[in-house]
Design a protein around this ligand. Structure first.
Ligand code: HEM
Length: 170
């Protein structure tokens, strides 16, 4: 009985670990972009952008890397600031700061957190943000409307130095 119980625990732990490592082979939300981590890659307005839809289509993974020591941001669900759900990040003194905001007109303010995970790093003058969000509510069919922007300051209020608006079809 005891042995069977141990075997059950081992099997479930092993199964869980194997599942995690399969997912991690594709995406690792650590603020570092590995080769082939993102299936779709774009460049716009000084930003390197990466996208991947999970195999079960439940989760969108997105990244932005910019040559800035200031803020970077991704906004989901709208081609404009208005109505976009944004994750903004900057790294100051080695510590990543985040805010999850809703765009209103050409401004934005904190909203209920919606990201499943997020990570940001700053290295050699480049700042990277990686975000996972649920596909439901953001994906229209196979299309994701999205905005991205970056600024030169370590804050969430100063205007962008550059911004872009794009549609990604998974
Ligand atoms: C931090 C405060 C922000 C201010 C004060 C601001 C202000 C503005 C203004 C005045 C415009 C009009 C066109 C222009 O001047 O470029 C604009 C457009 C735009 N912004 Fe922002 N913005 C901010 C943050 C963001 C963020 C965080 C994003 C991305 C997540 C973003 C993405 C865009 C995009 C894609 C446009 C063009 C589409 C549109 O008109 O909405 N902005 N912004």
């Amino acid at each position: 009985m005891k042995t069977a119980f141990r075997a059950l625990i081992f099997a479930s732990l092993f199964g869980f670990a194997a599942g995690v490592s399969v997912a991690q082979n594709l995406i690792s939300l650590d603020g570092v972009i590995a080769d082939a981590e993102y299936a779709t890659v774009r460049e716009a307005s000084g930003m390197r952008l990466g996208f991947r839809l999970s195999a079960d289509a439940s989760t969108i993974y997105a990244s932005v890397t910019v040559r800035t020591a200031g803020w970077v941001a991704l906004g989901f669900g709208s081609p404009k600031m208005d109505g976009s759900r944004m994750v903004l990040a900057y790294v100051k003194d080695g510590v990543a700061q985040f805010t999850e905001d809703l765009g209103k007109g050409w401004s934005h303010a904190p909203t209920a957190p919606f990201a499943l995970a997020r990570a940001a790093t700053e290295k050699d003058g480049w700042t990277t943000l990686e975000v996972a969000v649920p596909a439901v509510g953001f994906l229209k069919g196979r299309t994701l409307d999205l905005i991205a922007a970056w600024g030169r300051n370590d804050d969430f209020r100063s205007k962008h130095s550059a911004r872009t608006s794009l549609s990604v079809v998974f």
